[in-house]
Design a protein around this ligand. Structure first.
Ligand SMILES: [Zn+2]
Ligand SMILES: [Zn+2]
Length: 169
């Protein structure tokens, strides 16, 4: 009986794999939460502002803007804290066990989230289209000259255009 069940499953899995060809899995450091992303990013950038340095505890933050409908939590329960970032209320979605941040959302930007793409299992498929707030970048960080750099904050629409033009190149 088990064999028959397995045989019956094969075609379904084939179809699933085709449909979910661009699925990306992600998770936290302690492995208690896993999520999947099944869409296309709107953009991805590196931000060297001091807020990103603080929240990442590192030299810069990486953000990937995605539609929240393309994210599904497949294991565990994500905790949400509301924080105040320079007067804007931002929801930080994270693992309450290990503290890994997954993404940020804000009422100002309904339907989209800023995902932290370092949480993907495979991080080889994306590259930031721009470096933001380079005026506060650590002096020892060497930036790729072919990637646009902004002293401060550009319009998000500009970053979305950069991603789209690179995808179509
Ligand atoms: Zn965790
Ligand atoms: Zn930043």
């Amino acid at each position: 009986m088990q064999k028959i069940v397995n045989l019956l499953k094969v075609p379904d899995e084939g179809v699933m794999q085709k449909k979910e060809k661009k699925m990306h899995l992600g998770g936290c450091e302690c492995k208690s939460i896993e999520y999947k992303f099944t869409g296309e990013p709107l953009t991805c950038y590196a931000c060297h502002c001091t807020d990103c340095q603080t929240s990442s505890g590192s030299a810069f933050g990486l953000s990937m803007i995605v539609n929240d409908k393309d994210i599904t939590v497949v294991k565990g329960k994500i905790a949400i804290n509301t924080i105040d970032v320079n007067g804007t209320k931002v929801q930080k979605h994270h693992c309450s066990q290990c503290g890994t941040p997954f993404w940020f959302s804000a009422d100002e930007y309904p339907g989209i989230i800023a995902l932290k793409p370092g949480t993907f299992e495979d991080t080889s498929w994306f590259k930031p289209v721009a470096h933001l707030w380079v005026r506060s970048a650590q002096p020892w960080v060497t930036l790729d000259k072919s990637t646009p750099q902004y002293e401060k904050q550009p319009e998000i629409s500009e970053l979305i255009e950069l991603w789209a033009s690179r995808e179509n190149a």
